[in-house]
Design a protein around this ligand. Structure first.
Ligand SMILES: Cc1ncc(Cn2c(C)c(CCOP(=O)(O)OP(=O)(O)O)sc2=O)c(N)n1
Ligand SMILES: [Mg+2]
Length: 569
């Protein structure tokens, strides 16, 4: 018999699946369609969990936060052109937030795209993706799939993590190849995110600056949470005795109730400190670019910065001690010197922080605990604060304006990587994608606290949550609008530009797909409904009526909005 007749074959479909499995990829988030419908089916049949969404942006957000939670690249699979474009927002957001993900999109054949001959969903996707992500690759030959997947994985997680685009033209998937040759073409990536050790002289320089501090402060960024060197971070704070301020997604690295937590005294800590150690925190808009009144008198600060990206140094202000390397290696290198060379900060500084913190917590406490109708943000958040305190391993997803900004300060976190929110870009719409992936990747219960506008960006995914029966409890803070529910149209023709249908009932949406819907008007009722949801593990949506008059425009960042000074006659 002719050996070629019985030659065992593989093909592009199988090589993509085998390459992902070989590299420990267990889940794909996506939306089916030409040319990748069968790729999804075959991946599922091969044992990869394939989670199908209703819109690619949310599948992409799920992949991105899966990357943040696992340090393995989250995989988002989309169709060509419009599906690819829908995934780009998530890919760009992942790159901005340094979440490792790979957007894999089917695409049109090069020969048709390059001659612009009008293919089905024709688009030069690789060129369009490149400016929005960390790296982008296209594979044309089946024998290159192993290399393509390996490069995408390494690009996503090495150095500063980020989004990677991998372009797979339709014909590639059905290309056949000798099975043995195919197997040999696959690569299991070795050490995809290599440790990057800081130079000893850089460590010494940082210690020398730290030694001069009378009012030192540690700022923990979400990079410190991503690094999963939790014990080293805890030791850095506790051995040095230096107060710390966690950025939003770094909350919980040490409990917000920790004696050295300066989160509730953030303004004082930033303004009055003299040496600031930044750990995986960039001096971007969230930290007022390291200058201005937030940081006290000009030139009153010395910044030590730990970051894996050398180009981050001096991005906004001078960094007197750049410490370049992965966070675990850098923090462990510093630990070798703490105490031996660096005495704890003067009690006058740490006491000043504690005093301010306790005063601010007491002031906030007066706003919590009211069992009033209508609820306002604080009374509703007070109920959720208690629940997270009682259920510290639940994951909190949070977006909105008031709903986001107030929750950040009211709801304490107790464990690392439990608060997932809008991150560096302040992008709305991450809610349901993050909730799905948090439940899938961790198996933990998820509490998604959503502004009603923010929820609307991904609300259709409640069907996805029901379909996979995920332990997600969504609380929609329904104040009938964006920021508030009170705007009106001065012409009287239409509703105001930022208001929604009055007294809407988002809980009915969840019931439409077999989930549990609850409408609540008091904090006590809210508590009961959330506890029931978290005990049952059933997909639940709680429509929490919030006073439309409560809250302020754009939460805490209204100052970023340009104002018109021209008064029309
Ligand atoms: C993708 C996208 N679109 C629009 C915005 C602007 N925006 C929008 C539309 C927000 C929603 C605020 O309304 P909400 O109902 O979610 O929250 P509160 O009413 O509790 O403030 S917060 C915010 O910055 C955004 N950040 N991201
Ligand atoms: Mg709202």
């Amino acid at each position: 018999t002719d050996a070629s007749v019985h030659q065992e074959l593989t093909d592009g479909f199988n090589l993509v699946i085998d390459a992902l499995k070989l590299n420990g990829i267990e889940t794909i988030y996506g939306v089916p369609g030409i040319p990748i419908t069968d790729l999804g089916r075959m991946a599922q049949a091969a044992g990869i969990r394939v989670v199908s969404f209703r819109h690619e942006q949310h599948a992409g957000n799920a992949a991105a936060i899966a990357g943040f939670l696992t340090k393995k690249p989250g995989i988002c699979l989309t169709v060509s052109a419009p599906g690819f474009l829908n995934g780009l927002t998530a890919l760009a957001n992942a790159t901005t937030n340094c979440f490792p993900m790979i957007l894999i999109s089917g695409s049109s054949e090069r020969e048709i795209v390059d001659l612009q001959q009008g293919d089905y969903e024709e688009m030069d996707q690789l060129s369009i993706a490149k400016p929005l992500c960390k790296a982008a690759f296209r594979v044309l030959h089946a024998e290159d799939i192993g290399i393509g997947v390996a490069r995408a994985i390494r690009a996503a997680v090495s150095g500063r993590p980020g989004g990677v685009y991998l372009d797979l033209p339709a014909k590639l998937l059905s290309q056949t190849l000798d099975a043995e040759k195919g197997a040999k073409s696959l690569i299991k990536v070795i050490d995809p995110a290599p440790a990057q050790i800081p130079a000893p002289e850089a460590v010494q320089r940082a210690i020398d600056v730290l030694k001069t501090a009378k009012k030192p402060l540690i700022v923990l960024g979400k990079g410190a949470a991503y690094a999963q060197c939790d014990d080293a971070i805890r030791q850095l704070v506790e051995k040095s005795g230096i107060p710390f301020v966690p950025m939003s997604m770094a909350k919980g690295l040490l409990p917000d109730t920790h004696p050295l937590s300066a989160g509730a005294a953030r303004s004082t800590a930033l303004k009055d400190s003299d040496v600031v150690l930044l750990v995986g925190a960039r001096l971007n808009w969230l930290l007022s670019h390291g200058k201005g009144k937030t940081w006290g008198a000009p030139g009153s600060k010395k910044f030590i910065q730990i970051d894996i990206e050398p180009k981050e140094m001096d991005s906004n202000v001078e960094i007197v001690a750049p410490l370049v390397g992965d966070i675990g290696s850098c923090v462990n290198a510093l630990l070798g010197h703490i105490n031996a060379d660096c005495p704890p900060p003067p009690a006058e500084w740490t006491n000043a922080i504690v005093e301010k913190r306790n005063a601010n917590i007491a002031k906030m406490a007066t706003k919590l605990g009211k069992n009033s109708i209508p609820m306002d943000f604080h009374s509703a958040l007070g109920a959720l604060r208690t629940i997270i305190e009682q259920r510290p391993d639940a994951i909190l997803v949070n977006e909105g304006a008031n709903t986001l900004d107030l929750a950040r300060g009211v709801i304490n976190m107790y464990q690392p990587r439990k608060r997932l929110d809008v991150g560096t870009w302040g992008v709305m719409g991450i809610g349901m994608g993050f909730a799905v992936a948090a439940a899938i990747e961790t198996g933990k219960p998820v509490l998604a606290v959503e502004g009603d506008s923010a929820f609307g960006f991904s609300g259709m995914e409640v069907e996805t949550i029901c379909r996979y029966n995920l332990p997600v409890c969504i609380v929609v803070f329904n104040n009938n609008g964006i920021y508030r529910g009170t705007d009106t149209d001065p012409t009287g023709r239409d509703p105001g530009t930022t208001v929604f249908v009055k007294d809407s009932r988002y809980d009915k949406m969840m019931e439409a797909f077999g989930g549990v819907g609850v409408h609540v008007e008091t904090p006590d009722a809210l508590s009961r409904a959330v506890n029931e949801a978290m005990d049952s593990g059933r997909p639940t949506l709680i429509n929490a009526a919030i006073d439309p008059e409560a809250g302020s425009e754009s939460g805490n960042i209204g100052n970023l909005n340009p104002q018109s000074v021209v008064k029309k006659k």
